[in-house]
Design a binder for this molecule. Structure first.
Ligand code: FO1
Length: 335
């Protein structure tokens, strides 16, 4: 079931278009609210693909799938990724063969990876396959991969080797449970990647561009590393609103606070402002960070305080209403 206020209608075409820069779980929660506030077909999520990984010969796109399953009300509510009511027989079978099973792919989820891998091998682009997947899940929002070119987040661990050992993102995030110090991050391939089909147009045409409360380094960072993305956002800076994923110095999910610290950034909303001020005019921070509003504004961003911890869809809806009001030009105009 796709959560939406009403069936799409011709009037929807006049509704403002919204673009959301998205990683995984945090972005998915925000998007669930956004499609209740704006007709879903007017919501475009530009989704990180630098976490993508090939396992057992299958192309897995965790962030695209997390957003799809969440909007389809099919996500596993305990983990925030994967499908609810999953079974794990394929993993048990792989275990029997001694194959690696540290990255858990449920039986139903495997269907998505089988379809994606087969279609990519047959020559379809990732954007086209993503349309097929979202359509099959009755998701009306538009999900665009940030690029169709190969981009991979690589993490250099701060271990006792002279240069640090470099591992793929999922090896760090899942394999090592992001429980080891890191020295640096790079987005392999990003410098030669092009924005995916429709991405620049979505950013240009939206009345508001929202940066979801995703990890600024490894979820939003890859999007910004693709040539042309920063320029497209800078051209719209006054309409770009970012939501801080750091609340009271802590990441709500995942290692964003720790990564910020280890990579030399301040693990607070002020550190987030320094990462986004070039591309976004406004930073939304949680009430817990109200005392840091002046410090954020000193970094050159307007700062708005709101409830950002999306414990349920109602909080997400209120947050999205506020984001759209914030991103709307004072004249009441818009695209
Ligand atoms: N995260 C885990 O912590 N452990 C897993 O075994 C795991 C499997 C998995 C399978 C499919 C999928 O779409 C996501 C999965 N994730 C898993 C989540 C994923 O590693 C991360 O949440 C994202 O890459 C970060 O946004």
């Amino acid at each position: 079931m796709n959560l939406r206020p009403a069936e799409s209608s011709v009037a929807d075409e006049a509704a403002p278009a919204v673009a959301v820069l998205a990683g995984g779980v945090g972005a998915a929660k925000l998007l669930k609210g956004m499609v209740r506030v704006v007709p879903p077909a007017r919501v475009t999520a530009v989704v990180n693909t630098a976490d993508d990984v090939v396992l057992h010969g299958l192309h897995v796109s965790p962030d695209l799938d997390t957003v799809t399953y969440t909007l389809a009300e099919a996500v596993n509510p305990e983990t925030g990724w994967g499908l609810r009511d999953e079974t794990w027989q394929a993993m048990d079978a792989l275990d029997r063969y001694g194959a690696p099973t540290w990255f858990r792919l449920g039986d139903r989820d495997l269907g998505t990876h089988l379809h994606r891998t087969g279609r990519l091998a047959a020559g379809a682009g990732l954007a086209e396959v993503t349309r097929e997947v979202t359509s099959a899940w009755d998701v009306e929002a538009i999900l665009l991969p940030m690029t169709e070119d190969p981009v991979a987040t690589m993490v250099t661990l701060d271990d006792d080797t002279p240069d640090g050992t470099e591992v793929g993102f999922q090896d760090y995030f899942v394999g090592l449970r992001h429980d080891v110090p890191i020295r640096s991050i790079r987005f392999a391939g990003a410098q030669h990647a092009r924005p995916g089909p429709g991405v620049v147009e979505a950013l240009t045409d939206a009345s508001t561009v929202v940066v979801a409360p995703s990890n600024p380094i490894v979820s939003i960072g890859p999007l910004l590393a693709i040539p042309g993305m920063v320029d497209a956002l800078k051209a719209r800076r006054s309409d770009v609103v970012a939501v801080s994923p750091i609340v009271d110095g802590t990441a709500l999910k995942g290692p964003a606070d720790r990564m910020l610290r280890e990579l030399g950034h301040e693990p607070t909303v002020v550190g987030v402002a320094r990462l986004y001020r070039e591309v976004a005019a406004t930073l939304v921070v949680d009430r817990a960070d109200a005392s840091l509003v002046d410090a954020v504004e000193a970094e050159g961003m307007a700062c708005v305080v709101a409830d950002t911890v999306m414990t349920d869809v109602e909080v997400a809806i209120d947050l999205c209403r506020m984001l759209l009001a914030t991103g709307r030009p004072p004249s009441g105009g818009g695209r």
